[in-house]
Design a protein around this ligand. Structure first.
Ligand SMILES: [Zn+2]
Length: 341
């Protein structure tokens, strides 16, 4: 039995040290130390030994077991280290390989146009305001001189939230005029860009959701000349120096007198073409002197103060600025279109 143990010890240690992988080593562990392993088999013969031999053999067997276990442990950690080294070598990053190019987006053309508009107005001392898209009809209509019965209040034109027509998706950014008049110190110079909603079918020039930029100036002695001078400056900065404009009389409930501003068609120079529908002019915004009633309703004395206001469609400005033919392109998020800007 002594020889058997010595033989197992020598064979096992030799086998352990030649193991190449952790799996191989584990198989060897089972082969020698497992329940049906070689060392276990020898120990099972202990019963046949005499009472004197048994403790001696027992001690020897324990020594062999301890030696094998220690060898297993040492070999195990050696293999583990080797495996880690191999993994590190295999996963080495080659920093000289060209990387994957990440596509970086850019600003939407409409917001490029909006940023230009904001820059121009801020440069002239205007403050940019933001306001709620869910608005009270009193701000969207009443305080802007559009009383009950005004056609723009009709259910066919407006998204109301309640049957009493008191809460709605704002149909214009003009409520911000009222909010500014109620909360800001005079004199006031503001623009208020934002989304507005109307019950329009989608086509090349209409959408139920679109954007406006509202602007307003209130001070002592403000006249139509200020309105024309300011808006002409803005349009020249947006569309280029020498852009020819004209003001046509119009009607809005919240301004008196009211006007619409056109620019001469940049495509045909005023001769008439498909872009301007043969008219030679393209409408860009509505404006006017703030109606005395509107000032009065917001607690401003129209005898002392006067003001002007305008509202322009942001999509239309972007379409003119970037020569975009169809409004739907602005909202479709087709990257083939957006990448062109
Ligand atoms: Zn034209």
């Amino acid at each position: 039995m002594k020889e058997q143990l010595a033989k197992i010890r020598a064979e096992a240690l030799a086998a352990f040290s030649s193991a190449q992988t952790a799996a191989e080593l584990d198989a060897l562990r089972v082969q020698y130390l497992g329940k049906k392993g070689e060392l276990t088999a020898v120990l099972k013969q202990m019963g046949r030994l005499s009472a004197e031999e048994r403790p001696v053999m027992g001690q020897l067997a324990n020594e062999v077991r301890a030696a094998l276990e220690q060898a297993l442990e040492e070999m195990g950690s050696k293999l583990e280290e080797a495996a880690l080294d191999a993994q590190l070598k295999a996963e080495t990053v080659d920093v000289t390989i060209p990387g994957n190019v990440q596509k970086i987006g850019h600003k939407h053309p409409m917001y490029i146009a909006l940023d230009e508009i904001k820059d121009i107005f801020v440069g002239m001392g205007f403050t940019v305001l933001d306001g709620p898209e869910i608005e009270l009809a009193s701000y969207n209509f009443d305080k802007l001189n559009a009383e009950e019965g005004h056609p723009s209040r009709d259910w066919s034109d407006t998204f109301y939230f309640d049957k009493d027509s008191r809460v709605m998706l704002r149909s214009q950014t003009s409520p911000m005029q009222v909010r500014a008049m109620e909360t800001m110190e005079l004199p006031i110079r503001i623009i208020a860009p934002g989304r507005v909603y109307r019950k329009d079918e989608v086509d090349a020039t209409h959408s139920p959701m679109f954007h406006q930029v509202e602007g307003m100036v209130i001070d002592k002695g403000v006249t139509m000349a200020d309105l024309k001078g300011t808006l002409n400056t803005v349009i020249e900065k947006l569309y280029g120096e020498g852009t020819i404009t004209r003001f046509r009389p119009h009607h809005f409930p919240f301004t008196e007198p009211s006007c619409e501003m056109d620019i001469q068609c940049h495509k045909c120079g005023g001769h008439g073409c498909p872009t301007c529908k043969g008219e030679g002019w393209i409408e860009v915004l509505g404006a006017g002197m703030i109606h005395p009633n509107v000032l009065r309703m917001s607690g401003i004395d129209p005898e002392e103060y006067s003001g002007w206001a305008f509202g322009m469609g942001l999509e239309r400005m972007a379409m003119g600025r970037f020569k975009i033919a169809d409004l739907r392109l602005i909202f479709e998020n087709d990257v083939r279109f957006l990448e062109q800007f």
